[in-house]
Ligand binder design. Structure first.
Ligand code: NOJ
Length: 597
């Protein structure tokens, strides 16, 4: 009798726990608007706006100068107020932080600086309670050299973990060159004297590449993914996923071959290995297909010809991918991320239009202008001079939220945050920047000019400075010393001030998320580029089931005319980024206009 009461109580307890879990799951029900009636293959992740949070720089709750999970929790209502649907968090796992969390030493714990698993559970529930889904970063091309798998693997050639990594025994001589992105000598092989062998690392030597050919490695990863999904997360953004598979005979590749077959790009060479699709298909079958989740590939090295293979629904691999052709525009060849200020809008239009056409009938695209690996979108594609800052910030927001494909919007861009523009190397923190600086130094280059070039260039720290909450010390980000300097312009670019100002970039972003959510045509509508040769204005239409929208964006500092030959006399102005409405004739500098017609 006593035993059956205990059993009954435990069943009731278990049921209440599982009900609780269900209550916090965000509904994936789709909007019932009739304009969606003829849309095929609807999905919640197609209809969502994703907001990317860089946890290290978002909000510090304990004064150690590093953003953390409790900091994000304290800002949940702000996040909700943006009108976004999904939050993507950069890595939050155990890590010695050689590459700000992209070097993971424990996939199932939380980085000490960020908090605890309890904090994560609170964060997840807080997001779900507000109807926001949570996507984490999956970093499985490599782990940290401090991960148990690697510390074991190094011990001896017959260690059970040895085959979790790629080794080249030194008695075979030096291995063929492979690039290590974050190394001063540029090499992706590191000699390890303990076992007289080289190991492969495409990034820094602290990020050894995992051997996906080993089924045990794949099973470890799938198990870890399942445990996160069982906890209730809603998806993964997959770090450099196309490069997990490589030709492990490591042949010598000539520059000519690289140029002719792989756009001169090592990552395209790695991403072209067919085995990647075998692995992703297997991952889908064993893990992804069992959950209602979304997946996004960081499509390093993918091209318009290969991207579909990752996201074609018939292949059962991933949902979406993001390309690098857009963020590659204007980078001067052969120079580290130096941006040509005269980048071409014609090229910009061609790149985004061509990529739209890749997914016009099948698959699904993405759209982004900035993230933690890029400079601030405003400084790069808009104009951060005081007279143009607000208008150009809003214009870029208009672009992101009126294109087809799921928008990925980077935290701080809603305020119009600008590049860090550091004056000295001591202000930088990024491992990649350190390597590039070392290269210039070793080559006897002009270090001052190099630092200067990065103020408008693509150094990643330009986009990683702390979120500017208010005008107080360190922008309200921390009460301690921030891990990286806060931009001085937090005095006037900050969330508190912008929240109060109805005409601020922040409030414009809120209006744009609301507009997109209430306009099926902006989500699924066909995209058509207009006025292709106009060097100042980017105009396009979106059309769905008789609803038509015209978007006109002036990307220049001068007045400009859009030659769209669409009669707007009966049209309805949906949004405009200037205080006084569009004249119907010339677009003012960085003016953005969205019409229904
Ligand atoms: C891409 C990530 O976005 C970047 O931040 C990181 O450094 C590399 N992958 C290596 O993980």
């Amino acid at each position: 009798m006593k035993n059956s009461i205990i059993l009954l109580l435990s069943v009731i307890f278990f049921m209440s726990c599982s009900n609780q879990k269900k209550e916090t799951v965000v509904s994936s029900k789709l909007n019932k608007d009739s304009t969606f009636a003829n849309v095929k293959d609807r999905a919640w992740w197609k209809e969502a706006v994703v907001y990317q949070i860089y946890p290290r720089s978002f909000k510090d709750s304990d004064g150690d100068g590093v953003g953390d999970l409790k900091g994000i929790i304290s800002k949940l209502d702000y996040i909700k107020s943006l009108g976004i649907d999904i939050v993507w968090l950069n890595p939050i796992y155990g890590s010695p932080n050689a590459d700000n969390g992209y070097d993971i030493s424990d996939y199932e714990s939380i980085m000490k600086e960020f908090g605890t698993m309890d904090d994560f559970n609170t964060l997840l529930k807080g997001m779900h309670d507000r109807g926001i889904k949570v996507v984490l970063d999956l970093v499985v091309n490599h782990c940290s050299d401090q991960h148990k798998w690697f510390t074991e693997a190094r011990k001896s050639r017959d260690n059970p973990y040895r085959n979790y990594f790629h080794w080249w025994p030194a008695e075979k001589g030096k291995p063929a060159f492979r690039p290590g992105s974050f190394e001063v000598d540029g090499s992706g092989w590191r000699f390890d004297s303990l076992t007289n062998a080289y190991y492969l690392h495409y990034f820094s030597y602290k990020q050894p590449d995992l051997n996906w050919e080993n089924p045990k490695v794949r099973q470890e990863i799938y198990g870890m993914m399942r445990r996160w999904f069982d906890k209730g997360i809603d998806g993964f953004r997959m770090d450099v996923i196309p490069v997990i598979a490589k030709d492990t005979t490591f042949p010598v590749i000539t520059q000519k071959e690289l140029d002719e077959k792989f756009r001169g790009d090592w990552f395209t060479y790695f991403a072209s290995t067919p085995a990647v699709h075998t692995y992703l298909h297997e991952m889908n079958k064993e893990v992804l297909s069992k959950y209602d989740v979304m997946t996004l590939a960081e499509g390093a090295g993918t091209t318009k010809a290969t991207a579909m293979n990752f996201v074609d629904p018939d292949r059962h691999e991933l949902n979406m991918s993001y390309h690098f052709d857009g963020v590659g525009i204007g980078i001067e060849k052969g120079r580290y991320k130096v941006m040509n200020p005269n980048w071409s809008l014609l090229e910009f239009k061609t790149v985004y239009s061509d990529w739209d056409s890749v997914f016009a009938n099948k698959g699904w695209g993405t759209i982004y202008l900035g993230n933690h690996d890029q400079p601030r979108m405003l400084s790069r594609w808009g104009n951060d001079a005081p007279e143009f800052r607000e208008a150009s910030s809003k214009m870029l927001t208009t672009f992101l939220l009126t294109m087809r494909g799921t928008p990925y919007y980077y935290n701080g861009d809603e305020l119009g945050m600008t590049n860090a523009k550091f004056d000295k190397i001591e202000d930088y923190r990024d491992i990649e920047m350190m390597a590039e600086y070392g290269k210039v130094k070793n080559a006897g280059g002009d270090l001052k000019a190099f630092i200067e070039s990065q103020k408008t260039g693509c150094a990643r720290d330009n986009g990683r400075t702390p979120f500017q909450w208010d005008s107080s010390a360190h922008g309200g980000f921390t009460t301690g010393t921030p891990w990286i300097k806060v931009n001085d312009n937090h005095a006037y670019i900050n969330a508190a001030a912008e929240d109060k100002d109805p005409a601020s970039p922040l409030n414009y972003f809120r209006k744009m998320t609301a507009l997109r959510k209430s306009s099926p045509v902006l989500i699924y509508g066909k995209y058509t580029l207009l006025d292709k040769e106009n060097p100042q204005v980017y105009s396009y239409t979106r059309e769905l089931d008789g609803k038509k929208i015209l978007v006109m964006l002036n990307f220049s500092t001068k007045n400009a005319t859009a030659n769209t030959v669409i009669d707007l006399s009966k049209g309805k102005l949906l949004i405009n980024n200037y205080a006084t409405p569009y004249s119907g004739k010339e677009l003012r500098p960085y003016e953005a206009v969205v019409y229904q017609y």
